[in-house]
Every structure is written in structure tokens, then in C-alpha cells.
Design a protein around this ligand. Structure first.
Ligand SMILES: [Zn+2]
Ligand SMILES: [Zn+2]
Length: 636
């Protein structure tokens, strides 16, 4: 057992002096003032607890007729919320933690081993994490229900106090009750200010908290049960006061723009809306009979996306999508067309599929990375598998509610990227995600990230296809066409283009290809790409059964190559067959199947499988690798 000394003894004394340790809030809902407020929800002689603080009150549960504590749920994993986990009877009591903070509970040693303390620009308050691991029985995923007996708790994302915080919402005796952790401690107040800063001098936590508070209010709670301080009732004035206070704090911390979510849309034309976003721009094509077809579904603000910089998963807050569903021109959203797989363009899709089972439509080349992201090791990858309902081949045309669309293979910013063209309201639109940017008023190739399997040819292909399509308006994923007088982005990414712009784009693609060739005169494509030999899947879920993997080799040179490939397996891992030999023509790809068997899958967390490469008799080393994970338990 993990025990602290004197402070707990003093708490024992305090507890024994309290006449009523368990303060009734509603029938069967009690609050215990500990190192945080712990809430006990009971049914007969059983109960669950939301946050437990030191947990020193648990042996006293009989005072309210509780014989069994069956679950502990945490709103976040700060020590003052849950140090009592070490003393829980885990034979009878299970533990559920927010999905995005699991790594701070059952793998916290890894966190402590990696947490930057020198050159530290990460101000997230996770130094208040547990000192050592505690097993986790279940994770609490955003927007999922947690069911216990007749009680349904909805899990709401509540980033702010910590990046992974949640709030729990339920109806008890006809009243909407929210258990809010440390989102709010009193009307207009938070428990601690320093938690609201994630980066160096930023107000990221404050912005996310403001957005989380808006989301909470949208759910119409009647009673807030905070992690600190008294019950808050009614919530609106108390939260409103906090939102005002956060705005003022944001201004003093020089946070750009308002902290509150902007849910407005730009009316690009009669039947086209654009999210007025400071991060990814996504679009809604509208039909006369009030159906909508979305193109991408990404973040609203950079802050939502940038949480990854602090080693946390980015989360989707659905304010604007919910606003679209309330839009007077929209009754039904039919589907989401995806330009490419980058998380900032698809982060909203798991929510849309969880809530309304919205179908995803995409180019066939892109479907695998959306459906089975574990197979790939490419930048900006969302770990959540998406359900793809319909795929299209390159140049395939389809009609949606009398609008004609065409799909295009547009391998610009990433090799797995598409474009979507359609004629609407007198314009020819091309939604092209991130494959073009305006720089200094000139259309040019987009950001180059070589790990997206990019070579000099990628943007040349985009240029050729754009000249063929001849769009009059580009629908960009991020690029802003206008700035206001203060030089600030206005959030508008639709951009009229002429044929001269498209020719200029082709010229910039050629300049890029030339620049790459100048750096490596021979073999420039080959030297752009790190993964020309790779194992598919990249993350291999291993168990008792042997797992098939595919070894893929691409020839990016302009001559045939001979490859001798040999798996370099960690101890206890066997690959059958262990070697592969092949002759590959220029521009071709070779794939061969192998079986991976693991003696002790539980030891894979992960184990690394490499591939030794000999090309034309020249040894190149262990160039490719895959990660073997027990049961596919890779961190998300
Ligand atoms: Zn906390
Ligand atoms: Zn992108």
C-alpha cells in the first residue's frame, strides 16, 4: 500500500469530528469534502464514487447504508483527486479513468520517465500526477455513456483544467446533474489558475475551459457538482461569470481573439457554407431540400489541435457541427466527403459517427488509412478507425441531390490525398485540402512533409490535374485568402483562381522538383522517402495466433533493383519466411506475405521488428521496422 504520513492522520481526525461526513445533495447522491469533493451515488447497499480524493472516507460508507463500492470514476487524474486509489479494495471495486489520461494512471512510470523538466516549455499541470501505476478497468471516452444499474452517465469532454478532463452528466430524480471536476469551483472562479496555461505564456487551458463550459451549458444542467467548493445551482449565472472572468484573463495573457467558440459560417454561395474557422476550414454543400454534404470535419481553433504539442491527444469539441445541425438551411447531413486523412481534417468524424452514424465517402486510395490507421506510420494520423461507407476511383463522377461531383487523385501535401470538384451556383469548385497555398499572392505548392510519402512528383501531378479541371474557386483546408487591416486572418479559405494562378502553381511545382534534384542529383525521389521498404501493418497486434504481415518495397529509382530483405526479429519472435528476394522494375512495388509468431505476446509493449536491406549487393542496414503490441494495445 502507498501511504503518506501526517497529513492523512490529521484528515482522519477531521473526519472523525465531522458529524455528517456524507452531505446529501439529492436522494442517493452524497458529497464528501476530502482533498477534493468526492461524490457517492448509491443504489441500495451498492455505490459508485466520482473522484475520491484521499479515499479515507470509504470505510465510513456504512454510515449511508453502503456495503459495496463498485466503481470509482475520475473526472481527471490529479493526485488530489485520486490518491486514495492505492488503498481501494480492487477485488470488489473497479476503476474508470478519462481516456486521454489513462497513461497517467496505469502507465504513469513511462510518463515520469519521459516528462520534460529541462528545456521545458510544457506547462501542463501533469506534475500533479500519481507517483506510480494503478490498474485501470475501463476508460471513459468522450460522448460515450457509462451505465451502472439504472444510471446513465454521459461523458463530456472538458479539457481546460487538464487536457484530458471530463465532466459526467446524468439525470437523477428528474434533475440534470453534472459532475464537473475542476472546471469551476464557485461562481466565476476556478480552483487554480496555473492549470489554465499549457504552453509557454499561453492561455490554451483557459480557451479550452471556456469551450468546455459552453458545451456543458448546451446540455442544460440544473445542478453542478464541482470538484471543489459548494454545489452550484443554477449553473448559468455562475458559469457566465466564469466565462467573463476567463475572457479578461485571456486578454491579459494576450490570447488572440475571443475564448468563446465562434459557430458562424461563411456563405460562400447560395448552396455552399464554409466553417469560419481559425484552424481547418471545412465545407457544407446544401441542397434545395435542406440536405447537406460535408467536405472534411476538422478543428475550429488551433488550440484544440495544438494540444498534441504537450503530448496529449487532441479532442473534438462539436460546437460548430451542432450549430450546422441547427442551421435553417439544414435538416439532414447525408455524408462526409474526406479530402485526406490528416487529423485536423477528420477529428470530428468519430463524434459524427458515434452520434448519428454519418457515412464517410472518400477516394479508394484513402479508405485504408481511415479504416485501419494502425497499418500506417504517417504524420498527423488519427488513431480512431473510421467507418467508410462508399469509395470512388480516380476521376469517378457521382451525383448527390442534383449536384455533379468528380473525385480526383491529388497527391500533393500527402501521397494519400484527394480533390473533389463540383459545379455549383455558377462556379467550378475544387476542394483540395492542403495541396496548395497562396504565398505572397501567388498560388504555390502546399507545405512539404516528406513523411507523407512526398516526392518532387507529387505536386506536379496536382498541377496537371488542376489545369485539367480548371476550377474557378479553390476550397482550401487552411489557407486564408484575406487579411483584415490589422493583418489578422479573417478565417476565409475559399479562393477565386484564374488559369494564370494554375500555371503559376505548375511553375512552383517544377521549382520544388528542381530544388530537390539539386540537393541529390541522382535518385531524388528515393532520397525523399524514408519508407520505401516498410512493413504493413506498422503497428502489429500480437496474441496467441500468428499474425500475417506484408513486406512492401517500392523502387523509386529509374533502374531495376535487386533486393534481399531479412527480418531481424527480437527474442521470442519468429517470422516465416524470414527472408525475401526480389527484382523490382522502376516505379514498381513488390509485396510479399509473412507470418509473425510471438512466444510471449504480453512482453510486447512494444517489441520492435526490423528489416535488414541489401540492395544490388550493397548492405543498407536495418531500414524498416514495425511495432509489435500485445492485443493491439498501442497508446493512442
Ligand atoms: Zn485537478
Ligand atoms: Zn493536411
Amino acid at each position: 500500500m502507498f501511504r503518506a504520513c501526517s497529513p492523512h492522520d490529521r484528515l482522519d481526525e477531521a473526519h472523525s469530528q465531522l458529524s455528517e461526513l456524507f452531505q446529501p445533495i439529492l436522494d442517493d447522491l452524497f458529497c464528501v469534502a476530502d482533498t477534493c469533493n468526492a461524490y457517492v451515488l448509491k443504489r441500495g447497499a451498492s455505490a459508485i464514487a466520482i473522484d475520491i480524493g484521499s479515499g479515507r472516507w470509504i470505510p465510513s460508507l456504512h454510515e449511508i447504508g453502503v456495503k459495496r463500492l463498485e466503481w470509482v470514476l475520475l473526472t481527471h487524474t490529479h493526485r488530489d483527486q485520486c490518491s486514495g486509489l492505492y488503498d481501494l479494495d480492487r477485488e470488489t471495486c473497479r476503476v474508470a479513468v478519462p481516456q486521454h489520461e489513462r497513461h497517467l494512471v496505469d502507465g504513469v512510470e513511462r510518463f515520469w520517465g519521459r516528462r520534460r523538466t529541462f528545456h521545458n516549455y510544457n506547462q501542463v499541470g501533469d506534475f500533479l500526477s500519481l507517483p506510480r501505476s494503478v490498474p485501470v478497468d475501463e476508460v471513459l471516452a468522450d460522448f460515450d455513456p457509462f451505465r451502472w444499474r439504472d444510471i446513465d452517465l454521459e461523458i463530456l469532454p472538458a479539457p481546460g483544467h487538464t487536457p484530458g478532463s471530463i465532466a459526467l452528466l446524468t439525470t437523477l430524480h428528474g434533475r440534470r446533474v453534472a459532475l464537473t471536476g475542476d472546471m469551476i469551483a464557485a461562481p466565476g472562479a476556478v480552483p487554480r489558475i496555473h492549470d489554465l496555461q499549457f504552453g509557454y505564456a499561453d492561455a490554451a487551458g483557459a480557451e479550452l475551459l471556456a469551450r468546455s463550459l459552453h458545451l456543458l451549458l448546451d446540455r442544460n444542467p440544473e445542478l453542478l457538482c464541482p470538484g471543489r467548493g459548494p454545489i452550484i445551482e443554477p449553473p448559468e449565472p455562475a458559469v457566465g461569470k466564469l466565462l467573463t472572468a476567463l475572457e479578461a484573463l485571456g486578454r491579459e495573457l494576450f490570447h488572440e481573439g475571443s475564448l468563446s467558440p465562434d459557430v458562424s459560417f461563411i456563405q460562400v454561395s447560395g448552396h455552399l457554407l464554409e466553417s469560419k474557422s481559425a484552424s481547418c476550414s471545412w465545407y457544407a454543400v446544401l441542397s434545395e431540400d435542406r440536405h447537406a454534404l460535408l467536405i472534411d470535419l476538422g478543428y475550429d481553433t488551433g488550440t484544440e489541435g495544438n494540444v498534441h504539442a504537450f503530448d496529449y491527444r487532441s479532442r473534438f469539441l462539436p460546437h460548430r457541427l451542432e450549430a450546422l445541425r441547427r442551421h435553417p438551411a439544414v435538416d439532414t447531413i447525408d455524408a462526409i466527403l474526406v479530402t485526406h486523412y490528416h487529423d485536423d481534417h477528420v477529428i470530428g468524424i468519430p463524434y459524427a459517427q458515434k452520434r448519428w452514424d454519418l457515412p464517410v465517402w472518400c477516394l479508394d486510395r484513402i479508405a485504408p488509412i481511415l479504416q485501419e490507421p494502425h497499418r500506417f506510420n504517417m504524420p498527423c494520423l488519427l488513431p480512431t478507425p473510421l467507418r467508410v461507407a462508399r469509395t470512388f476511383t480516380d476521376r469517378e463522377q457521382f451525383t448527390w441531390r442534383s449536384v455533379d461531383f468528380q473525385m480526383h487523385d491529388l497527391p500533393g501535401q500527402t501521397d494519400l490525398h484527394s480533390g473533389i470538384s463540383f459545379d455549383l451556383d455558377g462556379q467550378r469548385y475544387l476542394a483540395m485540402g492542403d495541396s496548395a497555398h497562396f504565398r505572397d499572392g501567388r498560388l504555390s505548392h502546399g507545405h512539404i512533409i516528406f513523411a507523407n510519402r512526398v516526392t518532387g512528383e507529387n505536386h506536379r501531378k496536382v498541377a496537371a490535374r488542376m489545369l485539367e479541371i480548371e476550377p474557378t474557386v479553390l476550397l482550401h483546408g487552411h489557407h486564408r485568402r484575406q487579411v483584415d487591416e490589422g493583418g489578422r486572418i479573417e478565417g476565409r479559405a475559399d479562393t477565386p483562381v484564374t488559369r494564370d494562378d494554375l500555371v503559376e502553381f505548375a511553375a512552383s511545382s517544377d521549382r520544388l522538383a528542381d530544388a530537390l534534384r539539386d540537393v541529390v542529383p541522382d535518385e531524388p525521389d528515393w532520397r525523399c522517402r524514408a519508407d520505401w521498404v516498410r512493413i504493413d501493418p506498422y503497428r502489429v497486434p500480437v496474441g496467441a495466433e500468428a499474425v500475417p504481415v506484408t513486406l512492401i518495397a517500392e523502387n523509386l529509382l529509374d533502374r531495376p533493383i535487386h533486393l534481399a530483405l531479412r527480418f531481424v526479429a527480437p527474442e521470442g519472435v519468429e517470422v516465416d519466411p524470414p527472408i525475401a528476394e526480389m527484382l523490382i522494375e522502376p516505379g514498381a512495388e513488390h509485396a510479399c506475405d509473412h507470418l509473425v509468431s510471438v512466444l510471449d505476446p504480453t512482453a510486447c509493449s512494444p517489441a520492435i521488428l526490423c528489416v535488414d536491406v541489401v540492395m544490388d549487393g550493397r548492405p543498407l542496414g536495418w531500414l524498416a521496422e514495425a511495432q509489435l503490441w500485445h492485443r493491439g494495445d498501442w497508446p493512442s
